[in-house]
Design a protein around this ligand. Structure first.
Ligand code: HEM
Length: 221
């Protein structure tokens, strides 16, 4: 085992891997949400944005990096959860908050559940949009992704599924962001935890708003 592998496999190394991959994934979510919001601007703007993204040869590198981050974040999270459970195989008899100083919240105790939901959601999501119906827009060679997204969110079942998953994503980010900075030794910056919670609400709220708005006023977009 070389020095780098030893560091990455150490308990601190795994926490840092978790934090860095999580924070980079958060960066992807901010960029993805910003791009998705263009659907509210105009059909042409959204389709051009999608076209520009997939026409750039660097997209393959970005996708490979994104997949790598997902795998790293998920496998390390699973490993740490199993290790924590093995360290205390017997459940607590009483499960109570330890008062003000406790960081235990619904979000913090359900991270593995919310993470698993995202793990189910992402492949389904990519299957539905990236590999979903191919409509040609008025401009030859430009995919009409706008039509696919609007058609999807005019179906109540998809809207309910997205609203439910986006709420769960919000819970994951609510705890994840602050916890990531704590693992990187930045917990002394009190504002960071609050900022993370603010960001969780903005990101989950923004993603959630898209299907709801399309369901309500999709025919005007
Ligand atoms: C309302 C919410 C969302 C909408 C409308 C949306 C829309 C889209 C669309 C249209 C694509 C296909 C892009 C293309 O092929 O050019 C896509 C890809 C993708 N989305 Fe989302 N998305 C949403 C939420 C999310 C969330 C919450 C996540 C992650 C947790 C996510 C992760 C991804 C990933 C990983 C891809 C594939 C990117 C690639 O391979 O280039 N999306 N999304």
């Amino acid at each position: 085992m070389n020095a780098l592998t030893r560091i990455l496999n150490s308990p601190v190394g795994r926490k840092v891997t978790m934090a860095v991959s999580g924070l980079l994934l958060l960066g992807f979510l901010v960029a993805h949400l910003t791009g998705n919001m263009l659907i509210l601007v105009s059909k042409e703007t959204f389709n051009h944005y999608g076209h520009t993204l997939i026409s750039n040869p660097m997209i393959y590198l970005a996708e490979a990096g994104l997949l790598g981050l997902f795998v790293m974040h998920f496998t390390t999270g699973l490993y740490l959860t199993r290790k924590n459970r093995a360290a205390r195989p017997q459940a607590y008899e009483r499960n109570e908050r330890a008062g003000y100083a406790s960081r235990k919240t619904l979000a913090s105790t359900t991270m593995i559940f919310s993470g698993l939901v995202v793990l189910v959601f992402v492949p389904l999501h990519i299957w539905g949009f990236k590999f979903g119906a191919y409509y040609e827009s008025a401009e030859p060679g430009v995919r009409d992704l706008h039509r696919l997204v609007i058609e999807t969110f005019q179906q109540p079942a998809w809207v309910i599924w997205y609203v439910a998953v986006m709420t769960i994503v919000g819970f994951h980010l609510w705890h994840g962001f602050g916890s990531g900075f704590e693992s990187l030794g930045l917990s002394y910056r009190k504002g960071l935890r609050r900022f993370g919670q603010f960001l969780a609400v903005v990101i989950a709220g923004g993603f959630l708003l898209i299907p709801v708005l399309i369901y309500m006023i999709g025919d005007k977009l």
